[in-house]
Ligand binder design. Structure first.
Ligand code: SF4
Ligand code: SF4
Length: 416
């Protein structure tokens, strides 16, 4: 099939290669999480991508409600690693979300009111929950080098975790219908998010704030200085891209870039895989002349500052670092140099997702995916299960031995 619309053509090019072998289902984490229902598996998503194209070309519209299948895809790209035909079911899902977002933007019939709420609030407040100012509190007594052209850019990612943990619980409590209605209302009146009284998980807040402070300590002990934007720091727009709101993401990414340039920033030090992937792989495609240097904090640490430990560790490698747009193996490299690292069976480019991207929209799927992954990590029997992403930590934090990498690295800093 050929299409004038470039997005539809991209879906056709990707899904059209499928030979229906089903290998992808063996590694798709959402497939077992929903009791092997095929529309929540990689092959099912490719089939639905082809079906979506047929509906549009034959009827000019989509009648079947596809969105849950595509929105629940974690974009983890595990399926691409095993597909003999080179099909990326995650890409089919991403593109299909873009089609659905374009057709259904602010259409009340669309079930994904939570996605629309996030888009609407992000566009208004440059933060998906309207809590941008609160996201700077972790640093209120720290001193940065004001005016430095090198910026420590958290993207608000660590700080949002305590809210998403709490929102997930609230959604479970309200049930699907009520939470969709609440989200639909906020999507039309985004300023009301400020009076919605969002609660947060205090334990998670304390852990995440400590992690950010640990990262600052690690950078400073390596002799690196930098500025921080505090309450002016914008969210990078990860959800907009992930949820398929491409037009809004494009506008938003350009706003973030202009804001950073206006402050004289030339270089960003980032601390989580999602912001790293977005800024290195997506921003250059959507922001003309994007010229900010993006550094991952682990890559610039002075390894001579650390002492070695006899502790046995295992590592949950983030999908976006091992299969994302820019591969970065710094977590496993550092841990294998400093500790007795044993990777789990599914590791490297075959790492298994923590379920985090489904946390807000499909909490039950996220919970089952994270439980399956936790058991894989636990079976290594290491003293520490290390995560290297705030989203992974929030999902895999199921026992005392789970620890974020900055926390472990800080404990290995030489005292002198
Ligand atoms: S592995 Fe590839 S070819 Fe086989 S069913 Fe999945 S997408 Fe199709
Ligand atoms: S990207 Fe991940 S969740 Fe999505 S279809 Fe592929 S394996 Fe499944």
């Amino acid at each position: 099939m050929t299409f004038e619309d470039p997005i539809l053509q991209l879906i056709s090019d990707e899904a059209g290669k499928c030979i229906n072998c089903g290998f992808c289902e063996s590694v798709c984490p959402t497939f077992p999480a929903v009791g092997f229902n095929s529309i929540y598996g990689a092959r099912g998503r490719v089939d639905l991508g082809n079906y979506l194209l047929r509906e549009i070309s034959e009827k000019g519209k989509i009648e079947l409600r596809f969105s849950d299948s595509f929105y629940s895809c974690l974009s983890c790209n595990a399926c691409l690693q095993v597909c003999p035909a080179g099909v990326n079911a995650g890409r089919v899902s991403e593109l299909s979300r873009t089609v659905i977002a374009n057709l259904d933007y602010f259409n009340e019939q669309n079930e994904q009111q939570i996605a629309k709420m996030i888009v609407s609030v992000t566009m208004k407040y440059m933060n998906p929950l309207g809590v941008r100012e609160k996201c700077s509190k972790w640093a209120q007594d720290l001193h940065f080098e004001d005016g430095s052209r090198t910026l420590f850019y958290t993207g608000n990612m660590f700080q949002l975790m305590p809210y998403s943990t709490s929102l997930g619980r609230m959604k479970k409590l309200l049930g699907k219908k009520l939470s969709q209605r609440f989200a639909g209302f906020i999507s039309k009146h985004p300023s009301l998010i400020k009076v919605a009284g969002l609660s947060l998980d205090k334990k998670m807040k304390s852990y995440m704030e400590t992690e950010l402070r640990n990262i600052v300590t690690l950078l400073e002990s390596s002799g690196i200085s930098f500025s921080y934007l505090g309450k002016d720091e914008p969210y990078p727009g990860t959800f907009l891209y992930d949820l398929g709101y491409e037009k809004e993401f494009s506008e938003y990414a350009n706003r973030v870039y202009s804001l950073l340039k206006a402050k004289g920033i030339e270089r960003l030090i980032v601390a989580d895989p999602h912001t790293y992937d977005l800024l290195t792989s997506k921003y250059p495609k959507y922001v003309r002349g994007f010229d900010l240097e993006v550094l991952y904090y682990l890559d610039i640490l002075d390894t001579k500052k650390f002492k070695k430990s006899d502790a046995s560790t295992t590592l949950h490698e983030p999908c976006l670092l091992t299969r994302g747009g820019k591969i970065n193996n710094s977590p496993s490299r550092l841990l294998s140099n400093l500790t007795n690292l044993e990777l789990p069976k599914m590791s490297g480019e075959n790492t298994s997702c923590c379920g985090g991207p489904d946390e807000l929209l499909y909490g039950e799927i996220a919970e089952k995916v994270s439980q399956n992954r936790f058991l894989q990590l636990k079976s290594v029997n290491a003293q520490k299960i290390v995560t290297a992403c705030p989203i992974c930590f929030a999902n895999l934090n199921k026992s005392e031995e789970v620890i974020e990498l900055p926390n472990l690295l800080t404990s290995l800093l030489n005292e002198n």
